[in-house]
Each structure stands twice: as C-alpha cells, then as structure tokens.
Write a protein that binds this ligand. Structure first.
Ligand SMILES: *[C@@H]1O[C@H](CO)[C@@H](O)[C@H](O)[C@H]1NC(C)=O
Ligand SMILES: *[C@@H]1O[C@H](CO)[C@@H](O)[C@H](O)[C@H]1NC(C)=O
Ligand SMILES: *[C@@H]1O[C@H](CO)[C@@H](O)[C@H](O)[C@H]1NC(C)=O
Ligand SMILES: *[C@@H]1O[C@H](CO)[C@@H](O)[C@H](O)[C@H]1NC(C)=O
Length: 667
C-alpha cells in the first residue's frame, strides 16, 4: 500500500515533468489473443500513461461506439481505456480489436494505437460424427480380415476447431494424417475439423469400439462418436476329446466317447465332421448314436459328436472343419489360359446306366462354390437333382439310370451364399450327353385320354390330318411302322419320312414319326399303332383318332349370330346331337369290327411303362427279347395271347376277333 502511494506521488511529480516535455503512451495494451465463451463478459485491457486524448476502440478496423449493457468502459474515466464487452457473441464480438487514443493536442501528433488483439468467442462444436464412404457410420464397421478402410471423424461448427483424437478399444491410435480445419461455408466464423483413421481388419480387434473424441475449450468433458468393429474372419477350429486321455483303447460297445469341435469365426460358421476325410453321414450310421449339438454364441460355434457307445467300425481318423461366409462373390474360373471358344464336353452312354459324366470348371469363391446343374431341353432349362450335391458342392454331376430324356445339353452354375444372399455365376462350358439304346416312344400325342389311350382329334372333311409321335433311338431305327386294323392300304394314308429332332441346334437321337391321312372321314376314326424297332429292341404306342363332324360347329356359329336367346337352346341341341353322334359312331365301329383289339390292349402296358418311366433298364431288356419275333404279326399275336390272361373281365366284353393286321408301312 505504502509503496503504491509512493509510486503515485512519483507519478504525479513525473507527470508534471512530462506535462512540460513528455508524451502520452500505453501502460498496458490488450492481450494479443484472448478467448471468451459465448455469452460471457470479457474485458479488453488497455491503460494509457499521461493520457491527454480520448479512448477509442476499433473492431476489425472499424470504430465501435459505447453502448450501455454491451460495450462499456470498465472503470469510468481516467487513464483506463479498458473495454468491457457484455455477453460476448460470435457474430458481433469475434474479431481483431484495437485500443486507440487520440492525441491530446493536434500539434503534438501523439495519438496511440495498439496491436490488433484477437478476441475469440468460443462456440461449442456439434457432436462429432463418424463417416465411412461418404455416409454416416452408425452401425458397425464391417471389414474382412486384413481389409483396410479409412473412416473419418468430423466435428462441425466449433470455434476454435475441436481437437480430434482416436481410440480403438482403450488405446489411442494415430490418425492417418494431421487433422484439417476449415471454416464452415454457411458460418464462416466457425470451423469444421476433419480427421482420418485407417482401420485394418484384424481378428483380435473384432468387436472393439472405435471412438473419435473431440476436445474443445468450451467444455472439459470431451464429446465422442463411436462405432464397433465387425471383423469377418475364417474359422479356426479346436478339437476336444472326452475322455480327455485315451489311455487304453476304447472297448467295443462299452465305452462312451465324445468329440467336441469348437470353431472361432465371424460370422460363426457351421461345423462339419469327417471320418477318414469323408463327411460323416449321421443318419446312415445306426450303429453309433451320434448327437449333434451346435451351440452358437458370438463367434464361437461348437459341435459334439457322441458315440454312445463306441462301436468297432467307428474306428478311424476324425476331423472337423468349420466354414463360414466371409468373402465377396469372386466366382471366377481359375484357369487364366481359358480359350475364348466355348469349351464343349461330350459323353455317350447306354440307356439305363448310371454315370458321372461331367465335372464343372473350377470357380474361385469363398465360401467355396456349390454347383447347380441345369439340363437345357427344347428351350426349357431345368435344374436337376444331383446325388453328388453334398460331395464337393456338386461339382461332379451324377445321373442315375439314364433315360432318353437325359440326353442333351447340360450347364453348370456355381453359387455361394453370403449373408443369406445367393450369388450365382454360370460356367460357359457346354456339356453334351448322348444316349444310346433301344427305341423309346416319348412324347405321346395330345393329352392322354381317360383310359390311357392317346388321342388325336380330327374333323371330318379335313384335307390332311397328321398323327405324330416322338421317339428316340440310337442306333437309328431299322423299322418304323404305322398299323391299323384295315385290310388294304389306301393311298390316302402316307407315312412321312422320319424327321430328326434338333434341340438347341444340336441333333438329338430323337425323331418325329408322322402319318398323314388325307381327306379325313368319320371312318378313319380308329386306333393307330406306331411300332419302332432297332437292332437293340422295339417300342410301340397307340393313338386313338377321334373325328368330329364340323357341321355341328357351323350350326352353333350361325346360332350365335342369330341371337343370344337361341344360344341356350342350341347348346342343348348340340349336346343332344353330340350324344346322338357318339351312339352312331359307336354303332359304326361295331359294324366295321376293325379295331385292332390287340393293339388296344397292348396299350395298357405301354401306358404303365410311361408312368414308371424310370425303369428304363428293365424296359430295355423286355424290348430286346421281344424284338426276336421279327414279324410284326407274330409279335402282335404273342401280345394277344399274353393279354388274354391278364385282361380284366370288362375288357373281355369288348374284345372281338383278332383283326388281320396289315404289313408294316416301312418308312
Ligand atoms: C486444427 O485445430 C486443432 C484444434 O484447434 C489444432 O490443434 C490443429 O493444429 C489445427 N490444425 C491445423 C492444420 O490447423
Ligand atoms: C449338425 O447340425 C447342423 C445344423 O443343425 C448341420 O449343419 C451339421 O451338418 C450337423 N453335423 C453333423 C455332424 O451332423
Ligand atoms: C459365449 O457363451 C459363454 C457361456 O456360454 C460366455 O461365457 C461367453 O461370454 C459368450 N461369448 C460371447 C461372445 O457372447
Ligand atoms: C481353343 O480350343 C479349341 C478346342 O477346344 C482349340 O482347337 C483351339 O486351338 C483353342 N485355341 C486356343 C487359342 O487355345
């Protein structure tokens, strides 16, 4: 106290001296940098010695007038020019301030100005945000093992810019580079701070939080944004046996034994057991009771194989394998020296055999590719069931008991399922299967009639009616004949030459056999038999030709034109006349007695055969024995005698004397 009084006395004395000689000068100038929180009061200090002029404040090079309750002198009058800013605001007060003093006398030229003083009004930034690939990262960050990703953390609208720090788990990690600070476009006095972090998928980091922490002087509590690392990695397996130590050999049918397999993978995988490198088929193993218990929790999966009890034939080398879906769909043929021309594989097999004709080209995929085989047939593609689906994912195709319908082109499609989404990639290679075997009549004309007779519908007066039937035979047939119970061959019947069937521009071993009937009459309605014979065997089918009278149709058309009222009446007429016609035809058939009854009956086995079309093996043999008969007539008589015994009483009623068959029409 004493000393200050002494100082002031000295100052007065000194001022008197200066009044004569000295100039005014700053005793204190505002700090070069100062921060204030938005809304707080702040003083910009400025004191002048030997003050003669007046105090003035400038902000950003423009004078600022005093306003009560906003800009005030901190201490009344005197030598203190300190400015008090009330309720600092970013918009009005943030900037460069200068304390100035006018000269006491214009002759003196002793005006003063301080260095610009930066006053920063602190504004709390918004909560930081994590971004990945241009979008906000609010779920987990999913990475494959050893995959790298760069994520960013943004703190916006802060003044000054926030300081960003990164943490993975509990450890601080270095950003990719120093953070960048840029003023906000829509609020140029605030800042957006960006920081980048490079993250690498490592299995030991799976599940750890990634945190971006922003520090700002406006608050002692840092703000943070957080995500979680989801690292996808392939499983690692561990095998446990129980009992743990197999000191003595296990006793047949007495010892209990359990194998446990644990796999750590993300996503948790499925465990497969192998015995001596072959997959274990639990269902087929009736000797050992095996329990399969799969527990799933997080990334651990477990599976237990139980032997209750152990049997002698369970001895072997057991292994377990876990698979999960971790990789993107990279289904690519492995062979880089692939030929631009499409690969084509051809295979020829006998009807009725089982074989594994084709293997799909290699594909690269994780999880390993599975294969789907498609049969391309007449423009229709259908996925076929592959018995080897469980082995190598069905890479090899197996066909059991090959039929004619198995002929043709196959394609394979590799696929895998990733996170429940199935991805497919077709192979470009073409696989063609040829079948050899005795003839088989396949596509039976029109829909089957009620009694298993195949029908063809014609109209009386039709200039040409064609009966057609599809059959397959390799080697090609020796004899193709149409037969019907008529004594003479009228020139109105003409068997067309065989038509080779192509499917997808490839000749098959199948043909169309066609019989053209010119000037169709009611009398032509009967059952026609097609016989196909090759050195390997023979096959036959019956087609019932039904002929309708078109005049009835014309009447109906006319009636429709006359009026709607008559329609009902006419329909009843049509129904009536339909009934009458049926009776009439039936009568005529009886009169003619020309139904090849034998053919009619032999139809039954044909139908049956088609129904259980799978038994082509036995079928093939049956045909072979039959073919020894040589002459069609002999063959048909054999059939009659055979059928007699097997016939139902009902069929007997319709039976008539065997018709005289005509010699086969050779095509
Ligand atoms: C960005 O702002 C932070 C915090 O204010 C500061 O530590 C850092 O140096 C600034 N970085 C640059 C490049 O200006
Ligand atoms: C155990 O069950 C899972 C599904 O429940 C199955 O995928 C796996 O093949 C089974 N393992 C054995 C050895 O049967
Ligand atoms: C899995 O389950 C076990 C107990 O069954 C538990 O101790 C463990 O924490 C679980 N792990 C996860 C990742 O949930
Ligand atoms: C492509 O394959 C075809 C037959 O598979 C072969 O004749 C041709 O030489 C091959 N071309 C090249 C460039 O390898």
């Amino acid at each position: 106290m004493k000393s200050t009084r002494f100082q002031s006395i000295v100052a007065i004395v000194f001022s008197i001296v200066v009044r004569i000689t000295g100039e005014q000068r700053f005793a204190e100038t505002p700090a070069l940098y100062q921060e204030v929180s938005s809304g707080d009061d702040v003083q910009l200090r400025c004191r002048v010695q030997d003050k003669r002029g007046q105090c003035i404040w400038q902000k950003d090079r423009k004078p600022v007038g005093m306003h009560p309750d906003k800009y005030e002198w901190a201490s009344g009058r005197g030598s203190d020019c300190t400015l008090l800013i009330r309720r600092a605001s970013l918009d009005f007060d943030d900037g460069y301030w200068e304390c100035q003093v006018t000269s006491g006398d214009f002759t003196r030229q002793d005006a003063l100005t301080s260095l610009p003083s930066r006053l920063l009004v602190r504004v709390k930034p918004r909560k930081p945000r994590l971004e990945y690939g241009g979008t906000i990262l609010n779920s987990a960050l999913t990475l494959r093992e050893s995959q790298e990703a760069t994520i960013s953390c943004v703190s916006r609208y802060g003044n000054p810019p926030a300081l960003i720090k990164w943490y993975i788990g509990g450890d601080e990690v270095e950003p990719l580079r120093e953070q960048t600070n840029a003023t906000e476009v829509d609020s140029p006095k605030t800042w957006a701070a960006h920081s980048l972090l490079r993250v690498r998928g490592q299995r030991e980091n799976h599940g750890l939080p990634i945190r971006c922490i922003t520090m700002h002087p406006s608050s002692i509590v840092p703000a943070s944004a957080e995500t979680r690392l989801d690292v996808h990695y392939s499983p690692e397996v561990r095998l446990e046996t129980k009992p743990r130590l197999l000191v003595a050999a296990l006793e047949d049918s007495a010892s209990f034994m359990s194998l446990k397999c644990f796999a750590d993978g993300n996503p948790s995988g499925t465990i497969k057991w192998f015995k001596d490198s072959a997959p274990i088929v639990v269902t087929s193993n009736v000797v050992a009771l095996m329990l399969n218990r799969t527990q799933q929790n997080g990334t651990m999966t477990g599976s237990e194989l139980r032997f209750e009890p152990v049997k002698r034939n369970d001895a072997g080398l057991y292994s377990c394998k876990a698979v999960n879906a971790i990789d993107g769909p990279k289904l690519k043929p492995e062979d880089p020296t692939r030929n631009d021309t499409v690969q084509k594989y051809e295979e020829t097999t006998l009807l009725g055999t089982s074989l594994e004709p084709f293997e799909c080209t290699d594909f690269e995929a994780n999880p390993p590719a599975q294969y789907r085989w498609i049969h391309v047939r007449g423009g229709i593609t259908e996925t076929i069931e592959n018995p080897l689906q469980t082995k190598d994912g069905g890479k090899r195709l197996r066909l059991e008991n090959v039929m004619w319908s198995d002929e043709g082109e196959y394609r394979c499609v590799a696929f895998n399922v990733i996170n429940g989404v199935r991805r497919e990639m077709p192979s470009e290679a073409r696989y063609v299967l040829h079948v050899t075997g005795p003839p088989e009549i396949q596509a039976r004309p029109s829909s089957s009639g009620g009694k298993g007779i195949y029908e063809s519908l014609g109209w009386a007066g039709e200039p040409e009616h064609t009966l057609k039937s599809r059959f397959c035979s390799r080697p090609p047939p020796r004899l193709v004949a149409w037969q019907w119970g008529s004594e003479s061959i009228h020139p109105k019947y003409e068997a067309l030459s065989l038509e080779h069937i192509n499917e997808d521009d490839m000749p098959t071993n199948c043909y169309w056999a066609k019989l053209v009937i010119k000037d169709l009459q009611i009398e032509d309605a009967r059952i026609y038999t097609l016989l196909v014979e090759s050195e390997k065997g023979r096959d036959s089918t019956n087609i019932k030709l039904i002929i309708r009278d078109p005049t009835e149709m014309r009447v109906i058309a006319a009636a429709a034109a006359v009026g709607l009222l008559f329609v009902l009446l006419l329909i009843s007429i049509a129904v009536y006349s339909g009934l009458r016609l049926k009776n009439r035809r039936y009568r005529r058939e009886e009169e003619e007695g020309s139904i090849a009854a034998d053919a009619f009956y032999s139809n039954t086995p044909t139908t049956d055969r088609q129904k259980n079309g799978n038994s082509s093996q036995s079928k093939g043999y049956a045909r072979k024995t039959n073919s020894d008969g040589g002459l069609a007539v002999t063959y048909d008589y054999d059939q009659i005698t055979k059928q007699m015994r097997a016939m139902s009483p009902e069929a007997l009623k319709v039976r008539r004397a065997p018709a005289v068959l005509q010699p086969p029409t050779i095509v």
